[in-house]
Design a protein around this ligand. Structure first.
Ligand code: PLP
Length: 297
């Protein structure tokens, strides 16, 4: 009997236990980080904003001149099959397209056969919902959008990972990377918001247009808050009443400390009022049929 308890993957046209899913060393996704991906989550047996994730994934492939033989409905079936095989009702579901393999002896990307992979594993949290993180604003610069466009979800993570090491060295738990002017951009797998006197600010550009970021903007606007998409300086973030991060891996999650200092509204160990309201509203959407796709296990 195959063991799907740790998750399921789709590879070479088959669903297999996650531990049996292996890619070739020669796939340019591995050799060159030449890949795009997306992550959607499943909560209580339902995909959250699946159409948004699929649209972003196909748009990323287009921009990278990649294609797969699967239509969006076929892709939805593959993802659903991964989740069903795993039996998980709370899952982290990733879809990946790599440049794949060139014709023998060629280094011409036009000769490559793109590869598609997917997997479902147990839900992943950047941090549990009430457990605010200590964020370090690292000196690490996000790779410029002119070089690798962060709107295309990609595996160029060295800037983010080196930022994380810098944060750990300073006693922090995660990092924000900056642009050449020192403005805050994003972190390893999340977007960043600051709240000051009821006004939310999140960087407008140079970041992945996160689906959770979009959800937070929609929820905040519906709740009557002003949301500014503009540069967020380290000074503004440190002086904020609340700071939170957004990711498919955990939703809307609080930051309690920046660069060793507790943030204004965040009394030690408590989540700020605006962050809490948005977090509650975010999880409520997870039973709303307009935002979710039911899985028949
Ligand atoms: N920024 C980066 C660099 C990411 O990798 C991610 C997600 O993995 C995000 C932001 C958050 O995006 P989403 O809310 O769509 O998960």
């Amino acid at each position: 009997m195959s063991d799907f308890s740790k998750g399921a993957a789709y590879i070479n046209g088959k669903i297999v236990p996650i531990n049996e899913a292996k890619i070739s060393l020669l796939d340019w996704g591995f050799l060159h980080s030449d890949a795009t991906y997306d992550v959607v989550h499943v909560w209580d047996g339902r995909f959250f904003r699946l159409t948004n994730h699929l649209n972003r994934f196909y748009a990323s492939m287009d921009k990278l001149r990649m294609s797969i033989p699967h239509t969006p409905p076929q892709l939805q079936t593959i993802l659903t099959d991964c989740v069903k095989a795993s039996g998980l009702r709370e899952a982290y579901v990733e879809m990946i397209t790599t440049r794949g393999f060139p014709q023998a002896g060629s280094r011409d990307p036009r000769t490559c056969t793109n590869q598609f992979y997917a997997f479902a594993i147990p839900f992943v949290w950047v941090t549990p919902p009430q457990q605010g993180l200590h964020l370090i604003i690292s000196r690490q610069q996000r790779i410029p959008a002119e070089s690798v466009n962060p709107v295309i979800k990609n595996y160029h993570w060295l800037d983010l990972v080196m930022g994380q090491f810098e944060a750990y060295d300073q006693g922090g738990e995660t990092a924000a990377v900056v642009d050449a002017q020192g403005n805050i951009k994003e972190g390893p797998g999340f977007n960043i918001f600051a709240v000051k006197e009821g006004v939310l600010t999140t960087p407008a550009s140079g970041v992945l247009e996160g689906i959770t970021r979009q959800t937070a903007i929609e929820l905040a606007t519906a709740q009557g808050y002003q949301v500014l998409q503009k540069e967020l300086t380290p000074e503004a973030a440190r002086a904020a009443d609340e700071v939170f991060i957004t990711s498919t891996a955990g939703g809307i999650m609080p930051i309690f400390k920046i660069d060793q200092q507790l943030i204004g509204g965040n009394k030690k160990g408590t989540i700020g009022a605006v962050t809490q309201k948005l977090q509650d509203a975010y999880w409520q959407l997870h039973s709303d049929p307009h935002y979710t796709t039911n899985i028949n296990y």
